[in-house]
Write a protein that binds this ligand. Structure first.
Ligand code: ZN
Length: 232
């Protein structure tokens, strides 16, 4: 668990490596790819393998719903993903993993007024990555957006939940680890607006087709570089 603290921070398009819950409008969203298509195109190794941790104050049901949402968003972009929930001490023994990513849900809030709730960082090499997300921070953003004047009364925003937004932030940050930068619209937006949360809850928020392709290329090239290193 302590290893992620030493990770090298990634720098994105702006100078702040701490990333906001970034979601966007529906216009460039690619249609979800059917799971069967993913199975046909992804090799067995072309899978993002995620270990998910949370501290004891994070609700277990929230964790599982957020994980499911993040998995769905990645799968919709054709990025095969497999998750292990690692809260029990021996739940996740070390195993060889080709593209290991660790996601940590924290019950600690961000400093007052800050809404950059997620952070992604590469490890000692580009094959490893880590994401840390403040759940109270995401909850605060969801609450603020639910009161947005332009969409006041929108039932999609009034849902008293934020697990779906945590899942979207997970997918956004993993997108960074797979080579994506912020975009003007879509799931990789730097800043969340009320319309974005509504789009998420309509199932109309995701990665663009270009972003989906970029993530798959990153995944395949990472695997290819590993294959080369394995040759004496
Ligand atoms: Zn970001």
């Amino acid at each position: 668990m302590a290893g992620w603290l030493a990770l090298t921070l990634l720098m994105w398009g702006n100078s702040n490596p701490v990333l906001q819950p970034a979601l966007g409008s529906a216009s460039p969203v690619s249609p979800p790819a059917p799971p069967a298509a993913i199975a046909e195109t992804a090799s067995d190794d072309a899978v993002v393998r995620v270990r998910l941790y949370a501290d004891r104050q994070v609700d277990d049901a929230l964790l599982r719903r957020a994980q499911s949402d993040a998995s769905r968003l990645l799968s919709s972009a054709g990025v095969a993903n497999a998750w292990r929930i690692c809260n029990a001490p021996d739940a996740c023994p070390p195993v060889p993993e080709t593209v290991p990513i660790v996601v940590i849900l924290s019950s600690k809030g961000r400093p007052s007024g800050r809404e950059n709730c997620g952070m992604a960082a590469h490890g000692t090499n580009d094959r490893e990555g880590s994401v840390v997300i403040s759940v109270p921070c995401v909850a605060g953003v969801a609450f603020r957006l639910s009161r947005h004047s332009a969409m006041r009364g929108n039932p999609l925003l009034l849902m008293p939940r934020h697990d779906d937004l945590v899942g979207a932030v997970m997918a956004h940050e993993i997108g960074h680890l797979l080579g994506l930068r912020h975009a003007p619209t879509g799931l990789m937006r730097a800043t969340l607006e009320a319309a974005d949360l509504a789009a998420l809850r309509r199932g109309q928020l995701g990665f663009s087709q270009q972003e989906a392709a970029r993530m798959r290329v990153t995944l395949e090239s990472t695997l290819a570089s590993q294959d080369m290193k394995a040759v004496p």
